[in-house]
Design a binder for this molecule. Sequence first.
Ligand code: CDT
Length: 308
Amino acid sequence: MTRIIRVAAAQMGPIQRHHDRPEVVERLIALLREGHRQGAELVVFPELALTTFFPRWFVDDIREADHWYERSMPSPVTQPLFDTARQLGVGFCLGYAELTESGERFNTQILVERDGRVVAKYRKVHIPGHEHHEPDRPFQHAERYYFTPSPEGFGVWKAFGGRVGMMICNDRRWPESYRVMGLQGVELILCGYNTPLHYAPDPSQNPLQGFHNSLVMQSGAYQNGTFVVGVAKGGVEEGVDSLADSQIIAPSGEVLAKTTTNDDEVVVANCDLDWCYQYKNTLFDFDRYRRTEVYGRITSQRGVNLDD
Ligand code: CDT
C-alpha cells in the first residue's frame, strides 16, 4: 500500500490589526477550499494564523492582550473552518495563541484529522525575542513576554497514515527540534512561521532571511529523513515586512513546492512517506551510526562552556 499524502502549504498574506476573526476565518476557509481543489488531504496554515503578529507591540498589563488569545478550540468563531474541513474530508494544521483555563499563555498549533478530530496539540518550545519593552527597536518581538515556553517538548503522532510532528517558527532553526522528532520516527513535520525581514540585534542578517529559512528546513529534513512543510504569514503586516517563501521539502532535502507571492497562496506536493526510509535506513540509520556516548553535552549543558 502506498503512503502518498498530498499536502498543501496554505500561506497567508498579512493580517492587519483591524481584520477581525470572522474575516480571517473566511480567508482560511478559502485557502482550505483551494487546497482541496488542488487535491490536498492536509492543509497547513501559518503560526498565529487567526490574528496579526501581536508580539510586535508591548502592553504594560498583559491582560490588555487577552483578546488576541483563544480560550477554546474549536471556538464559535473557528467552528465554520472545522465544519468545512470535515465536509470536504480535508485535515488541517492551525497556529494560534492559546490562553488556558489556569491562565498560561502558549504559542500553539493543532493538527486536525480529515474527520474533524483534533488529534494533536503542540506548544512552541523555542521562544525567541525579548521579555521587556525595548523602545529602540523599530518594532517589538516580545514573544518571551507573551508566551510561556512549552515544557512538553516535541511529540510525534500517528495521523494521515504516517508519523506527524509539529514545530513553530523559531523551532525550525534548532537542530534539536528535528532530532527529537527524528528519534520518534517522524515522517512529516509541519511548521508555521512569522519571520520579520528586519532582525534588530544584527541587521546584517536581514538579506539572508530567505536563505536561512531554506537552509535550516532543508537540512532538518535531510538529516532526519523526513518531509518538512514550512508555511509563512508573509508580506507587510502593520508596517513590518515578513518573509514568505513557504515550502514543502522532501527527505532528500529538495524543495518540492514553494510559494512565489507574499500573499494568500496555496502550493501542494505529493509526499510519499516511504521516501523517508531511503534516508532513515541508509546514511541516517540512527541505531547503526549515532554515537550517543559522545553527545552528553547536548542535554546536560545549555550555553557554551569555555572552562573545560
Ligand atoms: N515567530 C518567530 O519565532 N519568529 C522568529 C523571529 C526571530 S527574531 C526575534 C524566527 O525565528 O523566525
